[in-house]
Design a protein around this ligand. Structure first.
Ligand SMILES: Cc1cc2nc3c(=O)[nH]c(=O)nc-3n(C[C@H](O)[C@H](O)[C@H](O)COP(=O)(O)O)c2cc1C
Length: 233
């Protein structure tokens, strides 16, 4: 999947198949998070990967009872440490850059998840104090976002998005571009194309979805068989 297709067709996924995600894929997704741009390349984000069932349940509870989250076999909690950004950039570093760094990491993880055929959702509504207690997050770190991760059990159409013309100004604030195509020319990523790309991807993913799960299950079975074999000898 190329980068733009990945951006256009990513959706928030809130239903997951009850099978684990291979560690290698979890690693790839988190790695993508760590590779995001950060102010001064300070990389003061930390990602907690949670697979423990009781912890996942507690996190869903702490996320204002968003119980759908429990289904996700993996939950990644993205945190920021503020000390060094504050040292380097003062209030702006502490209050703005830390948030932007983690947000960039989260978007990278959402896109990487989609790239690997996984579903993910960004969750921002949670009780910070409860989450810090559940995951032993120290005082000098703050959880900013939760990313749920797993094999998707739903196909989500593109939700309503504003037209580009409503969100993009030219040269100065409020100066709307009447015909965006005169500015973006043939490269215009117009919404119709995005919707078509989404539809195409949904069809494609739906078709390969069952195959993916079958493949995962059979890989897991093979691994278990080979482990079992090793124990025997
Ligand atoms: C900062 C932030 C917080 C969010 N919090 C939640 C949340 O608590 N629960 C949830 O189900 N979705 C949450 N979302 C996902 C949004 O609902 C979703 O991105 C939006 O509806 C657009 O859908 P899309 O991601 O498929 O484009 C959050 C997204 C962001 C960026």
């Amino acid at each position: 999947m190329d980068t733009l297709e990945c951006i256009y067709t990513r959706r928030s996924i809130r239903k997951y198949v009850d099978i684990p995600v291979e560690w290698e894929l979890v690693g790839r997704v988190v790695e993508a998070g760590t590779l995001a741009p950060t102010a001064g390349n300070l990389q003061e984000f930390r990602f907690i990967v949670v697979t423990d069932e009781s912890k996942r349940k507690a996190i869903a509870e702490a996320s204002l009872q968003q119980y759908w989250m429990e289904q996700a076999p993996v939950i990644i909690v993205a945190c920021a440490e503020t000390k060094r950004p504050k040292q380097f950039y003062g209030l702006r570093g502490e209050r703005l850059y830390t948030i932007q760094n983690v947000a960039a990491g989260c978007e990278n993880m959402l896109l990487a998840a989609h790239h690997y055929g996984l579903g993910a959702c960004w969750v921002g509504a949670f009780d910070e104090v409860a989450l810090k207690r559940i995951l032993s997050i120290p005082d000098y770190a703050r959880p900013h976002a939760i990313i749920t991760l797993g094999y998707p059990d739903e196909v989500v159409p593109m939700p309503q998005k504003y037209k580009i013309e409503n969100l993009v100004y030219l040269q100065r604030y409020h100066n709307r571009i009447k015909n965006i195509h005169t500015v973006l020319g043939v490269f215009s990523p117009n919404i119709a194309a995005a919707v078509a790309a989404t539809k195409h991807a949904i069809d494609k993913h739906a078709a390969s979805f069952v195959e993916k799960i079958k493949h995962t299950v059979s890989t897991m079975k093979d691994k278990m068989k080979s482990r079992h074999g090793k124990y025997k000898h």
